[in-house]
Design a protein around this ligand. Structure first.
Ligand code: E4P
Length: 222
């Protein structure tokens, strides 16, 4: 199971990597533009906080086959290893995914709204498939669609991993983890909310108060 942070915020990645097992970071053009930073700066800051074993995903902006493939090569050359290109599943995108995989590039097929789109990208060898779970829920049952995709991949022995994306809350993440998604990419704020529970805070406060009342300190040893 891989947990990716869906963000351009390198500081959040550095902080959360201290207390969570973060497999890497995904971005998309919207996430990068919203950061207010140039894409080159986003890359440099993120690369500085990621370990070589953590994966980093950046997305092509071009929409034509030649442009997508050229950007895929540029993106994948940014780090010696664990650098992946995200390519939207369109006619041109599928052609580029096929070519990029023939060149041995790491590819995540993205902007996926249906199991069929994902399955076709898997047939072209994409390493990861990113169904946009929350957005898919505007058209039907996004979670069920990803379950079906999982079954389709298993039945046909395709090796692509599902990297479920586009989550708005922890419950959606929970459902996909339960359904067996091999990877999820989640915004730092949603991951942080998954850690917090009011009951845990009440329990910790109770322990501290009891200890302090009995021994006059808030540490184990004096
Ligand atoms: C990740 O790879 C996707 O680009 C991202 O999760 C999309 O999320 P959104 O629906 O919040 O834009």
């Amino acid at each position: 199971m891989e947990l990716f942070l869906d963000t351009a915020d390198a500081q959040a990645v550095a902080e959360m990597s201290q207390y969570l097992t973060i497999a890497g970071v995904t971005t998309n053009p919207t996430i990068i533009t919203k950061s207010g930073k140039a894409p080159e700066e986003v890359f440099q800051r993120m690369n500085a906080v990621l370990t070589p074993d953590q994966k980093f995903f950046m997305q092509v902006v071009a929409t034509d086959y030649e442009g997508i493939l050229a950007e895929a090569r540029q993106i994948c050359s940014l780090r010696p290893k664990n650098m992946f290109v995200k390519i939207p599943v369109t006619h041109e995108g599928l052609r580029a995914i096929k070519a990029a995989k023939a060149e041995g590039l790491g590819v995540l097929a993205t902007a996926i709204y249906s199991p069929d789109q994902a399955f076709l990208a898997a047939m072209n060898g994409a390493d990861y498939l990113a169904p946009y779970v929350n957005r898919m829920c505007n058209y039907g049952d996004g979670v069920q669609a990803v379950r079906e995709l999982q079954e389709m991949l298993e039945v046909h022995g395709l090796a692509s991993k599902i990297c479920a994306a586009s989550f708005k809350n922890g419950n959606q993440v929970h459902e996909l983890v339960l359904a067996g998604a091999e990877a999820v990419t989640v915004a730092p704020a949603v991951v942080s909310a998954m850690v917090d529970h009011p009951g845990t805070k009440i329990a910790v406060d109770e322990f501290t108060q009891a200890w302090n009342a009995a021994y006059g300190r808030t540490t184990f040893k004096a």
